[in-house]
Write a protein that binds this ligand. Structure first.
Ligand SMILES: [Zn+2]
Ligand SMILES: [Zn+2]
Length: 215
């Protein structure tokens, strides 16, 4: 089931089913989240619609075709699915908490991640490997959670692995059995896995970090 296309995996989430019910729209009216909005997000100020200005279709109606071309379109609300607050009340493009300048935070290069994750955990530190995707709303929230913890939790390292979609070889290799992104894998300072979290669950993250620190 984890090999489904991104839109299909979204459709399997109970939350989206709720959104669809709330919107009164059939699934066929709804699109899938592309990375078009998220990719503009970090470099662009928010407009009056609380969307990254460079990507906002209300501010730039000429962009609609680009979103429709990748099926990132909400029919009932006539905005990109990735900008539809009516269907996705969880959506937010507000700036994330930033990690401190000396944070032990790094992207795992794609080639390295494909070769294997041995040695990715930072020796002597609790390490969180964060599997995320640019189109994933809970992934953005979780990135903010991790940045906050990098500010406050001593000897914490975060390693990020970007996954393109559920057909990505990285997903095939590492996300088997993972119901939803992000996937966080927590290691103790000895490099032993402490546990895994699927989805945006800050309380579970704190519990696993405490458990890892006690070992
Ligand atoms: Zn706008
Ligand atoms: Zn909508």
């Amino acid at each position: 089931m984890h090999r489904l296309a991104p839109h299909a995996s979204l459709l399997t989430t109970p939350l989206l089913a709720l959104f669809l019910a709330a919107c009164g729209g059939a699934p066929a009216d709804h699109g899938q989240f592309s990375a078009l909005t998220a990719n503009a997000g970090e470099a662009s100020d928010l407009c009056a619609h609380h969307v990254p200005h460079d990507a906002c279709v209300k501010c730039h109606p000429e962009l609609a075709a680009r979103f429709k071309a990748v099926k990132d379109w909400c029919g009932p609300h006539q905005v990109p699915e990735s900008q539809c607050f009516a269907c996705h009340p969880d959506l937010s493009f507000e700036p994330l908490p930033q990690p401190p300048p000396d944070a032990d935070l790094a992207d795992v290069p794609r080639e390295q991640a494909l070769a294997g994750l041995e040695g990715v955990a930072a020796p002597g530190k609790v390490t969180v490997i964060d599997f995320w995707a640019a189109w994933c709303v809970p992934c953005r929230k979780t990135a903010g959670d991790l940045n906050l913890r990098l500010q406050h939790v001593p000897d914490l390292a975060v390693r990020k692995v970007e996954v393109r979609d559920w057909d990505d070889p990285l997903a095939t290799r590492y996300l088997a059995g993972t119901p939803t992104l992000p996937l966080l894998v927590v290691f103790d300072a000895m490099g032993a896995e402490v546990g895994r979290i699927s989805g945006h669950k800050p309380d579970e993250l704190d519990a696993l970090l405490a458990q890892a620190a006690e070992r």
